[in-house]
Design a protein around this ligand. Sequence first.
Ligand code: ADP
Length: 666
Amino acid sequence: MEVAKRHESQYARSLIEASLDPLVTINPEGKITDMNEALANITGVSREHLTGTDFFDYFTEPQKAREVYQEVFAMGSVADSPLTLRHCNGKLTDVLFNGSVYKDDKGSVLGVVIVARDVTAQKRSETELIEAKVFAELATQIAEEAKSKAECATRIAEDAVKAKQQFLSNMSHEIRTPMNAIIGFTKVVLKTELTTKQKEYLSAIKISGDALIVLINDILDLAKVDAGKMTFMQTPFKMSVSISAMLHLFETKIQEKNLELITKYDRQIPEVLVGDPVRLHQIVLNLVSNAVKFTNQGTITVSVDLLKQDEETATIQFSVKDTGIGIADNKIEKIFENFQQASSGTSRLYGGTGLGLAIVKQLVEPQGGTIRVESKIDEGTTFSFVLNFLKTKAEAELDAGALELDTEIPNIKILVVEDIRLNQLLMKTLLDDFGFGCELAANGKIAIEKLKNDSFDVILMDLQMPEMNGFEATEYIRNKLKLEIPIIALTADVTTVDLAKCKAVGMSDYIAKPVDEKLLYSKIVGSVKKSLLVKPKEIPPEVTEQIKYTNLTYLNTRTKSNPTLMLEMISLYLEQTPPLITAMKKTFAEKNWNSLQSAVHKLIPSFSIVGIHKDFESMAKKVHDYAGAQLQSAEISDMVHKLEKVCVQACHELKAELLIIKNKNS
Ligand code: ADP
């Protein structure tokens, strides 16, 4: 029995010793009575030294330890009370203090048994967890701050872009308005009698002015690219006409530099394509202008080739090849970047800003195109780009570039709505030169008053004006006055000019200041023709057979009713007119536009002589102009037919008159 008891006690001892957590018994005085090896290890004090010592002294907070211990006595047990044990070398161990009283057989309390569970590792991971949480929260906070900073920065950047746009737009207006006057009046003065020196000086002013405008346009284009505002039209246009009109611009410069321009145009390219002729013009213009600038001898070859086509699209390659100075290999990558020139001396020698090609790239790539360059120093450079165009059965819009400056369009009356006196004067001078009539209105309100009392063929409308601006005036003209008259916006502000807005209020077209004389002329003539095309209702109503087409009042007054003279005039008419009618019919059928124009030209003066109504004279003039512009349309056929009828009828009437006069005087 004794042996069994001893075995039991040994077994219990070994279990206690096996525990990695310190186990200790304490008497009611707080002195250690027994312990396991783990306590000796955790405190660094040998078992002999531990026995009989104050258990609380081994804690970092002895008082707290004492309270817990007292609590065990009071409550019978305590669980998981956190405390820290100190090793004699200073090392700390976090423990969870679990204690319960133990009693003798009679139930009297002998002491407490305590298990101090080592929770250092657990605590560490807990701390790490808390730290991680704190860090995570901190990181979230930082991220949120960064996000709001980024949002703020984006806002600032957007505001800055807007401010830049606004600034450029204002500057553009501020610069263009006076430049308009400078360039415009220089051109006017250049047309007057001048000495060679004066001409030279004025030409220099004009060249500088033109260069400044090119520069402003480049900078504004770049601003548009930056702001993602570059827009592309989709208009039907005649590619060949567009290219050749553009190349005309270089004729003088090419001759001056003694260069040769070779144009190779692939005739397989569909006549009318849909795309943005203005941007195409701008791209080719930049490339050809560089080719001319950087070539001192030899040739410039502009080729336009159809690469492929299907039912809907045509892929076209444009290339501009020169025999100029070439570009060094290590510079070729850079030239498409903003403000980059191949060599530092370029600006001094050739001028320019290094913006042209950057813009060209921005015009080609957003349209889905590609641009390449090949160059050899001192041998030459070839720039080529490929663009896709949609094919169409529609007719091309009247192309400004295709119209000749000397097209005879008489009696055009224009209302110029412009507030700046200098610009009014300039516009009047230009229109006088074109032989057009012109009335001025200083703002939209005055323009509307004038339109109520008078009729005009075209309105040139400034946008920014006091009282009533160009947009408001146009809206009024379209919606209240219900006039379909062509309105061309005159704008100094090409950055923000909202072409969509111009279109939305009903403007027909726009032209940027400083106004290019030739472009202005073409736009006016083009829009008059266009309005005639879309308004066949302006053609006088068919006059019934009973009504006489001729009226001899004019002849009577001119000849003072002298019968011989009357007879002579009428006979002359009867002699000349039938062959002209035949010629008109025949040349129209053959689309022989030059001969048609010449036949109608000869016919026109006779109308007023024999008193044919003015409306038919206007009709003949329209046919004359259509023929001049080589325009094929249903209206022209209609008009030729009507004129034939009127003239044949007039001949019948005059033959009868002739008889009457002859009879009277026989
Ligand atoms: P800019 O002509 O105003 O300097 P561009 O962007 O049009 O600016 O051209 C950038 C540079 O590329 C030019 O300065 C020039 O060094 C080079 N470059 C462009 N075209 C040619 C060319 N046809 N021949 C030689 N160098 C050229």
